[in-house]
Design a protein. Sequence first.
Length: 264
Amino acid sequence: MATRIAINGAAGRMGQRLVALGSQDKSLDIVACFEHAGHAKFGQDAGVVAGIGELGVPLQEETDAQYSAIIDFSVPAGAHAAVERAVNAKAALVMATTGLEEEHQAKIREAANVIPVVWAPSMSTTVNLTMKLCEIAAEALKDIPGGADVEVLERHHRFKEDSPSGTALRFGELIAAKMGITEFVHGREGRPGARPHNEIAYHAIRTGDNPGEHTIIFGLLGETIEMTVRASNRDCYATGALQAAKFAAGKPAGLYNMNDVLGL
Ligand SMILES: NC(=O)C1=CN([C@@H]2O[C@H](COP(=O)(O)OP(=O)(O)OC[C@H]3O[C@@H](n4cnc5c(N)ncnc54)[C@H](O)[C@@H]3O)[C@@H](O)[C@H]2O)C=CC1
Ligand SMILES: O=C(O)C1=N[C@H](C(=O)O)C[C@H](O)C1
């Protein structure tokens, strides 16, 4: 039987790709498409808005439909609403929105006591694989003579509201945990002085319509290793999120990540 899903933020850049790809997947049934009532296309058919023709599901704030998973790609307030919807519906939650304040993050952790939650800053297979590779590099380089300097560069479209990306922050956290790094900086200017080893720096570039790329640099004295992972469109995130919804629906309550979903 198909997994019945709801999409939160359904008229957004990601929401539209979820509607388009989810509607082609015979193992899924999109039964609700939530949007902010102030959206210019609120009330219109979600499939028409996504450019795939009539889906029979409007952009709405409420639904009577039953669903077993809800996927959220929206904004912090929308993510908060998605948590409440998931808990009330006893449905699984796939949380993809980034830039969440601590209060929103606490709500997600609390929800995971009663429902299954897949929470990840990137639903992409190659990004999650690169995270694993960076952990291997960090472990190998943590005690290298002369030290290894770690910097995380990310590039995204001009419309992105949060910086640095949630993915960049996760790369930094994972590497810091392996290397025992405790300081984080965001860009540099003036005369900050010689670079300390106990620091990871983030650099966020915002141009055009870039769907997302991350470069992680481990700079040694005499050689450098860089890992770059790059999306050419948003479908890598959408397919990962749809896979996460199928994975989580019906699972025991708890916090899961994309390694669980992808078996990494
Ligand atoms: N985890 C992942 O793999 C990925 C995460 N993201 C994150 O997803 C989020 C959304 O990204 P985009 O689709 O590019 O943004 P977007 O701005 O195109 O879409 C957000 C949508 O949420 C809607 N919205 C606002 N308030 C809402 C509410 N209260 N309830 C329901 N919907 C509401 C907006 O009207 C808009 O249509 C961002 O935080 C982004 O960083 C984006 C791509 C991949
Ligand atoms: O806003 C985006 O577009 C993206 N956001 C996510 C993030 O902040 O990490 C994931 C992806 O890089 C695209």
